[in-house]
Write a protein that binds this ligand. Structure first.
Ligand code: SAM
Ligand code: SF4
Ligand code: SF4
Length: 342
């Protein structure tokens, strides 16, 4: 079968699957409490794709070139029996990597072992500050740093490695945590990745001034440690990789705002209700669930997926940096990160 490509000749390689729109954290930049409180309408269970449907979409996507699946959310570990889903996804022909992004709150040592046994290869944990008070304020549910550090150990101990840790830096919120975070993970196997704060969704009140650029983050690290840029290991890699010259390990930076990487973007995202988004900044997803629930054959679904990818021309982050103004009509109806997954 010829390789499926979009209008910029980008193949479809990664599928990020959101398993739920719910989360037990209220990170101020992702699910601010004022907007995701008691009144917020979360999706009822029957709206979510079930495991048969998720497996089916994954199988069809694998037939079109997808080799890597990432399970995300909301908080994916809130989805019941996730290990059963993983064990089914692990049998899909063509998939060679299954990862999970989590806030770590539910990643006990036992859970980590079960997920590994089911076929999960790796996890990425999110931690935005080492300072406990600061982290509690950011997650806004008072969840302590120590518990996430425990979850990181559980992941490593359970063989879900190399474990990555994502840290989103916001100016005036946690930019003073760059060095403490770096120190915490030097001389460990954990790969810390700083992420530029992105203008995803419409609820976090993003301003360009809040973004701490990759250059500023790296300059901060350099005030204390010599680091050297590493070549990319895979095409389409999102993180720039760096190594400490003294052998203390690797760090990464995901510079989606200051150094966009749309040219190598091979990712599609499946929302919890089965909409396919071809860009994180998509205004609208393509509904797959109706076809899944109305008797479409695998061939029909492959044609549908192929036709969505074939006309893909997304390059939002590159366009954003080309534009002088960063807000214009239409930006306010973008999909939320907690809905589509990171
Ligand atoms: N709940 C899980 C977690 O926090 O890891 C998975 C879903 S969360 C949406 C995935 C990742 O997106 C997290 O690392 C989070 O920090 C990141 N994220 C959310 N909003 C973001 C934003 N505006 N800019 C950059 N990263 C963001
Ligand atoms: Fe939940 Fe993750 Fe969003 Fe925080 S970043 S609110 S943990 S989905
Ligand atoms: Fe891919 Fe869209 Fe992000 Fe560009 S902005 S890297 S096309 S998800």
């Amino acid at each position: 079968m010829p390789i499926l490509t979009d209008t910029f000749n980008r193949p479809l390689r990664d599928l990020r699957i959101s398993l739920t729109d719910r989360c037990n954290f209220r990170c101020t930049y992702c699910m601010p409490r004022e907007l995701f409180g008691a009144e917020h309408f979360f999706l009822p269970g029957n709206e979510l794709l079930d495991f048969d449907e998720i497996e089916r979409v994954s199988r069809i996507a694998a037939g079109l070139g997808v080799t890597k699946l990432r399970l995300t959310g909301g908080e994916p570990l809130l989805r019941r029996n996730i290990d059963v889903l993983i064990s089914r996804l692990a049998t899909v022909n063509g998939i060679d990597d299954i990862c999970l992004t989590t806030n770590g709150s539910l990643l006990t040592a036992k859970r980590a072992r079960e997920l590994k046994a089911a076929g999960l290869n790796r996890v990425t944990l999110s931690l935005d500050a080492i300072d406990d008070r600061r982290f509690k304020a950011i997650n806004d549910v008072g969840f302590p740093t120590s518990k996430v550090l425990e979850a990181i150990d559980n992941a490593t101990g359970g063989g879900l490695s190399p474990v990555k840790v994502n840290c989103v830096i916001q100016r005036g919120v946690n930019d003073d945590q760059i060095l403490p975070m770096a120190e915490a993970f030097r001389h460990t196997e954990v790969v810390l990745r700083f992420i530029e704060y992105m203008d995803v969704g419409a609820t976090n009140g993003w301003r360009l001034d809040d973004v701490v650029s990759a250059r500023e983050i790296m300059d901060t690290i350099r005030t204390r440690h010599a680091i050297t840029r590493q070549p990319a290991t895979q095409p389409g890699e999102t993180a720039n990789r760096w190594r400490y010259d003294d052998g203390a390990g690797e760090i990464g930076i995901i510079a989606s705002v200051s150094m966009p990487f749309c040219g190598g973007c091979t990712r599609a995202r499946l929302s919890a209700i089965g909409e396919l988004y071809t860009c994180l900044f998509g205004l609208r997803g393509h509904d797959l669930r109706t076809s899944l629930r109305s008797g479409a054959t695998d061939a029909d679904l492959a044609t549908l997926l192929g036709s969505i990818w074939n006309i893909r021309d997304d390059r939002y982050s590159e366009r954003r940096s080309e534009e002088t103004t960063h807000r214009h009509a239409g930006f306010n109806s973008r999909v939320e990160m907690s809905y589509i997954g990171g």
